[in-house]
Design a protein. Structure first.
Ligand code: TYM
Length: 318
């Protein structure tokens, strides 16, 4: 049977890139799933602390992000929704898998190179958990015997690495213990920034106008799209290299102004019901606590057999 696993960092309110690139697929996979398909979705708080976080802020973001997973339509009866740090097996497996992770491979990962580009001369500032980030991500998926991982395009390299780690482990210990998972890249694989259309939309960009949050009001969405960077070439075409701020063929003869109005109306229609559900859930602490407690228990149970098999294979226990 299929096991679907994916994760999102609770480092702020999820944006339209997260939604179109990943979260919307999660809900679709849930709704279309066969009865024997298992689904797990994690708020990866341990990944979040690979950059410095304010503790109070992080707690609030964990809560808001959990509420958002419910608001988009994930059902805790159907899926296991949990905070990564509630399930210590993730960290344990990560340590063991570190024995399969070459520092050369990790050093070539795009995310590491991008995040460290400015710190090259100052390795005192570069921390180990940012470097080993992909090993924890590999542990996340391998721990639950995941077969399919729905993500945006920026995560494809990390999952390639996870397959490498799984195959390496199986090879060394001579058994098919870990399952190399398939990557499911969503159709909207890379949603771009509104202010800098050659980069992806991201939670960490300093300009809040670069992204649309799933909690933004209609007016805010309209104003962000109105001020979005476009080029001044007439007509609308899709040429990613020459015109990264532009799109599609059935809009060929409309102006940028009309295009922006159409995009605003499509996006506000998509976001409004999510925002409203989020508003009604986010203050309900007892509901969110119940969901997190149930998710932690289910994920702990799901993780146990693989961790035991791995520890046996390595000679850490009988
Ligand atoms: P994160 O939190 O950066 O993003 C969550 C999901 O949103 C997708 N995404 C995008 N898709 C399209 N366009 C964008 N602009 C955009 N920005 C983000 C991401 O591809 C992702 O699917 N390392 C992961 C979290 C993680 C994980 C895992 C994922 C940890 N363990 C195991 C899958 C399996 C991350 O930082 O995602």
């Amino acid at each position: 049977h299929k096991v679907i696993f994916s994760g999102i960092q609770p480092t702020g309110v999820p944006h339209l890139g997260n939604y179109l690139g990943a979260l919307r697929q999660w809900v679709k996979l849930q709704n279309d799933a066969a009865p024997d398909t298992r689904l797990l979705f994690s708020l990866v708080d341990l990944h979040a602390i690979t950059v410095r976080q304010d503790p109070k802020q992080l707690l609030q973001w964990k809560n808001e992000s959990l509420a958002m997973l419910l608001a988009i339509g994930l059902d805790p009866k159907r899926c296991t929704i949990f905070h990564q740090s509630d399930v210590s097996a993730h960290s344990e497996l990560m340590w063991i898998l570190s024995g399969q992770a070459s520092t050369g491979y990790l050093g070539r990962m795009t995310q590491w190179k991008e995040k460290t580009a400015n710190e090259k001369e100052n390795s005192e500032k570069l921390k180990l958990n940012l470097f080993s980030y992909p090993v924890l991500q590999a542990a996340d998926v391998l721990l639950h015997r995941t077969t399919h991982v729905p993500v945006g395009h920026d995560q494809a390299q990390h999952l390639e690495f996870a397959r490498e780690v799984a195959n390496g482990f199986n090879h060394v210990y001579g058994q098919d213990i870990l399952i190399p998972p398939q990557t499911l890249v969503s159709p909207a694989k890379r949603v771009m920034s509104l202010t800098h259309p050659v980069s992806k939309m991201s939670k960490s960009h300093p300009n809040p106008k670069s992204r649309i949050l799933l909690t933004d009001s209609d007016e805010l969405i309209q104003s962000k799209i109105k001020s979005a960077v476009t080029d001044s070439i007439e007509g609308v075409t899709y040429e990613q290299d020459r015109r990264p701020g532009d799109l599609a063929a059935d809009l060929a003869n409309i102006s940028m102004r009309v295009l922006k109005e159409q995009v605003s109306s499509a996006v506000t229609k998509l976001v409004a019901p999510i925002r409203e559900r989020h508003e009604s859930i986010v203050g309900n602490e007892s509901l969110l606590d119940d969901v997190a407690t149930l998710g932690a228990a289910k994920a702990t149970e799901s993780a146990a057999p693989t961790l035991l098999q791995v520890k046996r294979a390595v000679g850490l226990c009988r």
